[in-house]
Ligand binder design. Structure first.
Ligand code: TRP
Length: 337
């Protein structure tokens, strides 16, 4: 069996309020992969509308995520940055995969259960088949590696099952490669600054719970100063973080932002007070996030440039996707190509 070329694909939803969790858990990891892989980074606007989005906000948020990729260091010339809806083959392949995936597989998806909540009857059909569209994003480019957060591992497993069933059903051994998850870094799970047991989230009613990518230096400092703590001094070892979610979160963020192993950061703050950690963390966060936020702001003031980058990315994405989609149509038995 020949090894497929290493190709990375990942997606980020344009749902607004891009925050430190999105940056440390996803976008930051995209940058390093550019050295070793061919990368496609997709703003998944079609995923976003599985929950209603105000159209003007969706457009603005799509540009914002693209700006964040670029401000963080993704190079849209050497790699591909685009929005999903401009490459129609995503929708086309998703339909075929809707017919490959089984209801029983989707019924196991924990994210659907969480997002649909108690009143499942009222969830959109799109929300239910969301993982099939995600599988299409990946398989459309025969991507081999997918940087994702922990919460997306189950969807990636599903993409692997779909790839295999497609290959079996259509007698095309190895047609779709099995995509591998890439889960990078220590602090891939950034928690709320107000409650260390909840994920940092765009929809948390408290603004103090998250640092957004557009926060100014004084906001960043204030949110870290007000972050929840516990009464004890900081622990001597990583094991000492057990049962101390706020300490774990702040030290984890420090480790991720400073690109150091958590153990080293814990040792550095061993026995110190939260206030010492907060002072250093605020300086570090302002140093690392401030310039990205400023560059995002500059790009957001120039939507024509972002739109041109997305159009160019979409064109190059289509050039990869269309031949693969052509093979899919043939395998399935669709006439016309
Ligand atoms: N579902 C992912 C999330 O919410 C976003 C996503 C869509 C994605 N398509 C993808 C991630 C393809 C990786 C690969 O985080």
């Amino acid at each position: 069996m020949t090894q497929p070329t290493p190709r990375v694909l990942s997606g980020v939803q344009p749902t607004g309020n891009l925050h430190l969790g999105n940056y440390l858990g996803a976008i930051r990891n995209f940058v390093g992969l550019q050295q070793t892989h061919e990368c496609l980074y997709c703003v998944v606007d079609m995923h976003a509308i599985t929950v209603f989005q105000d159209p003007a906000e969706l457009a603005a948020n799509t540009r914002e995520v693209a700006a964040a990729f670029i401000a963080a260091g993704v190079d849209p010339k050497s790699h591909i940055v685009f929005n999903q809806a401009q490459v129609l083959q995503h929708a086309e392949l998703a339909w075929v995969l809707n017919c490959v995936a089984r209801m029983g597989w989707l019924n196991r998806m924990t994210q659907f259960k969480e997002k649909a909540g108690k009143d499942r009857e009222k969830a959109s059909v799109g929300l239910y088949v969301y993982p099939n569209l995600m599988a299409a994003d990946i398989l459309l480019y025969k991507a081999t590696h997918v940087p994702v957060g922990e919460d997306q591992k189950q969807h990636l497993e599903l993409a692997r099952d779909i790839a295999q069933k497609f290959n079996n059903d259509f007698n095309a051994a190895d047609f779709f490669p099995q995509p591998e998850p890439l889960i990078l870094g220590d602090a891939t799970r950034v928690m709320s600054l107000r409650d260390g047991s909840k994920k940092m989230s765009k929809s948390d009613p408290s603004d103090l719970s998250r640092i957004t990518m557009s926060d100014q230096a004084d906001d960043i400092a204030k949110k870290i100063r007000k972050a929840k703590t516990d009464p004890d001094a900081l622990p001597e070892t990583v094991a000492g973080l057990e049962g101390r979610p706020e300490a774990a979160n702040l030290l984890g963020i420090f480790a991720a932002l400073s690109d150091k192993p958590l153990a080293e950061v814990v040792t550095g703050f061993a026995g110190k007070q939260f206030s010492d950690l907060k002072t250093d963390l605020a300086d570090l966060a302002i140093e690392k996030i401030g310039p990205i936020g400023a560059e995002m702001k500059r790009l957001n003031e120039d939507p024509a440039t972002i739109d041109a980058i997305l159009a160019d990315g979409a064109e190059r994405a289509r050039a990869i996707a269309e031949p693969i989609m052509g093979e899919v149509r043939k395998l399935v038995g669709f006439l016309g190509n």
